[in-house]
Design a protein around this ligand. Structure first.
Ligand code: PLP
Length: 361
């Protein structure tokens, strides 16, 4: 037997808590034993309408044999127009996820603040970048504890991650909360991955606060999760540094042209977004009628439900056997909850039918 190469690696990776990603459709279909076209995928906050035909056409036309523009000139300009900032304030990446990593690699902070429960990637990438994670739990209504965050910054945290609207709780930051956070002596990263579905954007505050970084993505509203394209909006000095350390060709040509086509045809996508928001609210109303699913108010493209008087895991598994996929949580700060993405009307109908076919609790 050859000797293991692990002794050359970072020892702290021995107990890395791996990120739990969602599985691809074909793997899921094989696991569950249903055809792909019978799956109702409501577990990853994707946009089930899929990309516009105009976006597919733009990719078809793209010069795939040429390296992309490392300076991202056309893309930064398009995003700047969309977000209402200057191109020098924009950095695009392979999903918002890459921007989280770039921020951490640029800052190498001793400690970061993670406002839980929230998106798992901040914790994971902080660990990968050797940063200590100071958890500041949200209160009973899942509002962030601004004083707790301030104390963590006093204790040495130099980067604060906050999601607005938050995943998985669905609530957004108020402008006053953003103001209070930006007074702190730390980079304040506001992740607006779901902003197109609700919530007030903090972009208007970029001119006032040099320590504010906003993350956005094309994964959710524009249905481009598979292409991996997101962006940061921030002070031009910080954007320049982010551009300097990123992988030169990070955003591939297909993602670049697709993102620009999405912006060009945003009117049509915004109609889709309105349908998803309507469906989110219909789903919450219908599921509340069960009497044992308690929806939390949501400004995103999903709803978090507290499962009352029965096991959320059994509900997740019972739905899964019928091809309906939802996300299940059972952690001390999120005990017995499921999160369900908003889909098309037919997806909600399949979900409701599957709930009726669950075995009695
Ligand atoms: C809050 C939040 N930020 C970022 C992402 C990832 O975005 P992207 O697909 O652009 O990497 C997600 C995806 O679920 C998310 O929930």
């Amino acid at each position: 037997m050859q000797s293991t190469p692990l002794r050359y690696l970072r020892a702290d990776f021995d107990d890395l808590e791996e990120y739990a990603p969602v599985k691809p459709l074909d793997v899921l279909a094989a696991e569950i034993g249903v055809p792909i076209d019978r799956l109702v995928k409501l577990d990853a906050n994707e946009n089930l309408y899929g990309p516009l035909p105009e976006i597919r056409a733009a990719i078809e036309q793209a010069d795939l044999h040429i390296y992309p523009d490392p300076g991202q000139a056309a893309l930064r300009e398009a995003i700047a127009g969309y977000a209402g900032v200057a191109p020098e304030q924009v950095v695009a990446g392979t999903g918002a996820d890459e921007l989280i990593d770039i921020v951490l690699r640029l800052t190498m902070p001793d400690a970061v603040v993670n406002v839980t429960p929230t998106f798992g990637m901040y914790q994971f990438l902080a660990q990968v970048n050797r940063s200590r994670v100071i958890e500041v739990p949200r209160d009973g209504g899942f509002a962030p504890d601004i004083e707790g965050i301030a104390r963590a910054v006093e204790d040495g945290a130099r980067v604060v991650f906050l999601t607005s609207p938050n995943n998985p709780t669905g609530n957004a930051l108020t402008p006053e909360q953003v103001d209070a956070l930006c007074q702190l002596d730390a980079l304040i990263v506001v992740d607006e991955a779901y902003i197109e579905f609700g919530g007030r954007t903090a972009t208007g505050k970029l001119a006032k606060f040099g320590n504010l970084v906003i993350l956005r993505t094309f994964s959710k509203w524009a249905a481009l999760a598979g292409l991996r394209v997101g962006y940061a909006l921030c002070h031009p000095d910080l954007a320049l540094r982010m551009m300097a350390i990123k992988q030169p060709y990070n955003v591939n040509i297909a993602a670049d042209v697709a993102a620009r086509a999405a912006i060009e045809h945003r009117g049509q996508i915004q109609e889709m977004v309105r349908s998803i928001v309507a469906e989110r609210d219909r789903m919450a109303r219908l599921l509340a009628q069960t009497g044992w699913l308690r929806p939390l108010p949501s400004e995103a493209n999903f709803v978090l439900f507290e499962v009352l008087g029965r096991s959320a895991l059994d509900v997740r598994d019972g739905l899964r056997r019928q091809g309906v996929l939802v996300r299940y949580y059972n952690r001390p700060d999120l005990h017995n909850y499921i999160r369900i993405s908003a889909g098309r009307p037919e997806d909600t109908d399949r979900l409701v039918a599957a709930l009726h076919h669950l075995e009695p609790a």
